[in-house]
Design a protein around this ligand. Structure first.
Ligand code: AMP
Length: 405
C-alpha cells in the first residue's frame, strides 16, 4: 500500500487552530471500570503532546467498545480515560459527557491554545433514544459533517479503526478543509509497509489463531511475497484435514477444507504445517499428550498447541530470516499447559539477529506482552483488525480519507 503521499501532522499549521483528532482510546476496562492496560492511550501521546506544544486547541474523539443499548452508555463512558490522560499529560483535560449539542459546542469554543478536550464515546451515537441507529458506525453523513464543523483541521491517529469507515474518521475527513495522519498512524504504516510491502529476505510469515477463515485473505496476499508461511494454532487442523487426515475433536472448519487444499497446492514448498500436536481430551488445561500429524489423530483428543517437534522445526525455519511477520498464537495461550508453542516461537522471533520482526496486533500482541516479550519485537501493531486487513492487501478507508500532500 502506498500511503507515503498522505499528509502528516507536520504538513499542517496547527497553531491556534481547533484540531479535531481521532485517537484510539478503546482500552480494556475491568468490571469496576478501571483501565487494565493503557497502552493505547500512551501510544497517542506523541501526537497530543506535539499539538499542545505547537499551541493547537486539541479536541479528541474516540470510541470505546460497542454501544448496543442505552444501558451500555453507563459503563462505556470515556470519563475514566480523560482522568488517565490528565495524569499522563500532567495537564487538565476537559471532558465533555455528550457527543453533540450546545454543551459540546460551548466547551469547544472556550478552549484556549494548548488545551485539551475529550468528547464522550463516539459510539454513543450508535444508539439514540434507545434505538440502534449506528450513526457513528455507519458513517451517517450528517454526523461527520456536524463534527467536522466543530474544528479547523483533522488528524487521524487511530490506527485501530483505520479499517472502518465511520463518522469519526472518514466522515470528519470528508467534511473538513485540511487533514493529515498523526505520529502513531504514520509509524504503523511505515512499519507495516517495511514488513509487508518491502520485506528484506528471507521473509517468513507465521500465522496461527483460531480460524482459517480469518486468515485466508492474509495467506492469499502473502503467499507470493514470502519465502515461507508457518501455520500453527487452531487453523492448522483444517489443513491436516485437507491432507486427508482425521483430526479428532480439534477445531475444524469443514467449509474451508477446499480452500486449505487449494493453498497447500499453490503454496507447495512454502507452507509449512506442524508435524506434531499437543492434545487434551477436551478444551481444558491439562498436561498434554502428543501425536504426530503425518497420521490420523486419535479420535478422542483435541489439538490445543503445536508439539515439541514442531517447535524445533519452526525454530529451524525462522533461523536466518530477515523479516518475520507474526499473526495469531500457536495454541491456546489462555491455558498454561498449551502456551509453550507460542512462547517458544515468540522467543525465537524476538531473539533473531538483525531481523525486522512485526506482530500484527490482536491476540499475538497480547500473548507477546503476557509472555514478557513485548520490547523485543521491532514493531507490535496497536490495531489487530486494521493490520490484518493491511496484511490482506486491502485498502484502509480511514487512511484513504486523508488528504494527499
Ligand atoms: P485469533 O483471534 O484468530 O488470533 O485467535 C486467537 C485464539 O485462538 C485464542 O483465543 C486461542 O485460544 C485460539 N487458539 C489457538 N490455537 C487453538 C487451537 N489449537 N484450538 C482452539 N483454539 C485455538
Amino acid at each position: 500500500m502506498d500511503y507515503n503521499k498522505k499528509k502528516t501532522i507536520k504538513d499542517l499549521d496547527v497553531a491556534n487552530k481547533k484540531v479535531l483528532v481521532r485517537v484510539d482510546f478503546n482500552v480494556p476496562l475491568d468490571k469496576q471500570g478501571n483501565i487494565t492496560d493503557d497502552n493505547r492511550i500512551t501510544a497517542a501521546l506523541p501526537t497530543i503532546k506535539y499539538l499542545v506544544e505547537n499551541q493547537a486547541k486539541v479536541i479528541l474523539f474516540s470510541h470505546l467498545s460497542r454501544i448496543k443499548s442505552e444501558a451500555d452508555k453507563q459503563t462505556k463512558t470515556l470519563k475514566p480515560i480523560a482522568k488517565r490522560l490528565e495524569e499522563l499529560m500532567k495537564q487538565k483535560v476537559v471532558f465533555v459527557p455528550v457527543t453533540e449539542g450546545e454543551e459540546l459546542e460551548t466547551a469547544v469554543n472556550k478552549l484556549n491554545s494548548g488545551e485539551i478536550l475529550l468528547v464522550e464515546n463516539t459510539r454513543f451515537e450508535d444508539v439514540v433514544n434507545g434505538e440502534v441507529v449506528k450513526r457513528e458506525s455507519k458513517n451517517d453523513s450528517s454526523l461527520g459533517k456536524y463534527w467536522a464543523g466543530l474544528g479547523d483541521l483533522f488528524i487521524n491517529d487511530a490506527f485501530g479503526t483505520a479499517h472502518r469507515a465511520h463518522a469519526s474518521n472518514v466522515g470528519i475527513a470528508a467534511n473538513i478543509a485540511q487533514s493529515g495522519i498523526g505520529f502513531l498512524v504514520e509509524a504503523e504504516l511505515a512499519n507495516l509497509s517495511k514488513g509487508i510491502d518491502n520485506p528484506a529476505t528471507p521473509f517468513v510469515a507465521i500465522l496461527g489463531g483460531a480460524k482459517v477463515s480469518d486468515k485466508i485473505g492474509v495467506i492469499d496476499n502473502l503467499l507470493n511475497k514470502v519465502d515461507k508461511i508457518l501455520i500453527g494454532g487452531g487453523m492448522a487442523y483444517t489443513f491436516f484435514a485437507a491432507q486427508g487426515h482425521k483430526v479428532g475433536k480439534s477445531l475444524l472448519e469443514e467449509d474451508k477444507i477446499e480452500d486449505a487444499k487449494h493453498y497447500l497446492e499453490i503454496g507447495k514448498g512454502k507452507i509449512i504445517l506442524p508435524i506434531d500436536s499437543a492434545n487434551a481430551p477436551s478444551f481444558e488445561d491439562v498436561v498434554p499428550t502428543f501425536s504426530d500429524t503425518s497420521n490420523d489423530m486419535p479420535t478422542d483428543v483435541m489439538g490445543l498447541d503445536i508439539g515439541p517437534k514442531t517447535i524445533e522445526l519452526f525454530k529451524k525455519e525462522l533461523t536466518g530470516a530477515k523479516t518475520v511477520v507474526w499473526n495469531g498464537p500457536m495454541g491456546v495461550t489462555e491455558f498454561k499447559n498449551f502456551e509453550k508453542g507460542t512462547l517458544e516461537v515468540g522467543q525465537t522471533i524476538a531473539n533473531l539477529d538483525g531481523a525486522f520482526t512485526l506482530i500484527g496486533g490482536g491476540d499475538s500482541a497480547a500473548a507477546a506482552k503476557k509472555l514478557g516479550l513485548a520490547d523485543k519485537f521491532s514493531w507490535i501493531s496497536t490495531g489487530g483488525g486494521a493490520s490484518l486487513e493491511y496484511m490482506e492487501g486491502k485498502a484502509l478507508p480511514g487512511i484513504e480519507a486523508i488528504q494527499d500532500k
